[in-house]
Design a protein around this ligand. Structure first.
Ligand code: IMP
Length: 420
């Protein structure tokens, strides 16, 4: 059977957590394949809300196997906190989460390196979540990293100390105050907790499960933050695109089934970097307030702007999206006019291509729509949706060449409308 993939098509925070949770009932296996605790997937159900960072969104569903794949970077301290909060909700995470031996460990010193590097960049900083993601992937590709499987080896402490020493040398170049031993005790305690989980060759487990079961792979961040295809260097450090599901889980490209592309009816971004349709005005503030656009992981106010079709087209192309899912459509309910960028002017020249240069001056070319001015949160079926909203969706589908399969009109699982 196939692995279907859910991906963010913008700069993260598209609402993937909710959609994975809605889709999860159809999948006995849910996997995370990249990123780490920089992600914050918010779920809301039965009046409760929960933010997941490293744990796959199937954790609250009975009889679901949740896989943390080799492409993920795991911070044992954050993972333990998250799992203990899940346990308080009446679910034993040690029973339904399995972890790849090949996933890399975030050490306390990785977090210090992240902070030191960002501080040294000053105004040109990336706006990292400071969870140690970049330095951990640096050690992975530099072939120095510690992996989850290492916690089972006798000389784990020795391996840890070797890497810590390496980090201490690296940190000498920065004019930055830190305590190299910070959080080390808690980290080793959390490693003991990690050992309660099944630490496995998850590529074998998953491929074996696929003989009889289908799986859903849950992307973190968004395509426009991909280390290769985002506006480098204002990107995260992993492959957030569809191909990342293959390398981050050990499944062949021929095993990929549907690719669900999740996007918000407008755009947001946290951290620095290009954002062509950004609104630094009252409309932007209205989007932020109505959409509660504050980071689930860091609490930072998100930058806001209109929907950007050239960026979406780019994401759909590199991801091979088969189904679109529009999130937070209800946030636009009260707007008289809704704008959509249909092209860019880059250095005065009209184009529908996303430029390579992060420094390119991009001026969006907008098409305006009359707002629907109806409360979408009350709509239960596609038939009940206002015609102005349907026209907006039809235009987007025509421009992007992919159907919108679901529209989300509120935070609850039940406020998800099947469009076809
Ligand atoms: P890092 O991955 O924490 O190093 O952050 C690199 C960039 O990606 C920064 O601009 C972050 O704000 C952004 N970023 C990382 N994770 C997320 C996420 O889950 N949602 C949105 N932006 C993110």
């Amino acid at each position: 059977m196939k692995v279907d993939v859910v991906l963010g098509l913008q700069w993260g925070d598209e609402g993937k957590g909710k959609i994975v949770d809605v889709l999860a009932r159809n999948y006995p296996v849910i996997c995370r394949f990249q990123g780490g605790p920089n992600a914050g997937h918010s779920l809301q159900f039965s009046g409760k809300s929960f933010v997941l960072h490293s744990v796959p969104a199937g954790v609250f569903r009975k009889n679901t196997v949740n896989i943390i794949g080799n492409g993920v970077v795991l911070d044992p301290i954050i993972f333990q906190e998250e799992c203990q909060a899940i346990a308080k909700m009446g679910v034993d995470p040690t029973k339904n989460i399995i972890i790849s031996k090949r996933a890399h460990l975030i050490l306390p010193t990785h977090r210090i390196m992240d902070a030191a590097s960002e501080a040294s960049l000053g105004k040109t900083k990336i706006g990292s979540t400071l969870k140690g993601i970049g330095p951990t992937y640096m050690d992975k590709t530099g072939r120095n990293g510690l992996r989850v499987g290492d916690v089972l080896s006798k000389d784990f402490k020795k391996k840890f100390n070797t890497l810590k020493q390496r980090h201490a040398s690296y940190l000498k170049q920065f004019d930055f105050e830190y305590d190299i031993n910070k959080n080390e005790k808690e980290w080793f305690k959390a490693v003991e907790y990690l050992k309660k989980f099944k630490i496995v060759d998850s590529e074998y487990e998953l491929n074996s499960l696929l003989k009889t079961k289908k799986a859903l792979a849950e992307g973190a961040q968004g395509t426009m933050l991909d280390v290769d295809f985002g506006a480098y260097p204002f990107v995260t450090s992993s492959s957030t695109i569809c191909a990342g599901a293959c390398t981050g889980l050990g499944v062949a490209p021929t095993k990929i089934g549907k690719v669900f592309g999740v996007f918000k009816a407008y755009c947001t971004r946290v951290g620095s970097g290009p954002f062509p349709t950004e609104l630094n005005d009252a409309v932007g503030e209205e989007l932020r307030q109505k959409g509660h656009e504050f980071g689930a992981t860091t609490g930072r106010p998100r930058r806001t702007g209109w929907l950007d079709l050239p960026a979406l087209k780019f994401a759909i192309m590199v991801d091979g999206v088969t189904d679109l899912i529009m999130m937070k459509a209800d946030v636009l309910d009260s707007f008289d006019t809704i704008k959509v960028a249909v092209a860019y002017k880059v250095d005065g020249k009209k184009t529908d291509r996303y430029p390579y240069e992060a420094s390119a001056k991009i001026e969006p070319v907008y098409k305006e729509f009359k707002g629907w001015k109806k409360d979408l949160t009350k709509c239960k079926t596609a038939k009940e949706l206002p015609s102005a909203f349907k026209r907006y969706i039809a235009f987007i589908e025509k421009e992007l060449g992919v159907k919108v399969s679901y529209a989300s009109v509120g935070p609850d699982r039940s406020q998800t409308i099947r469009m076809d």
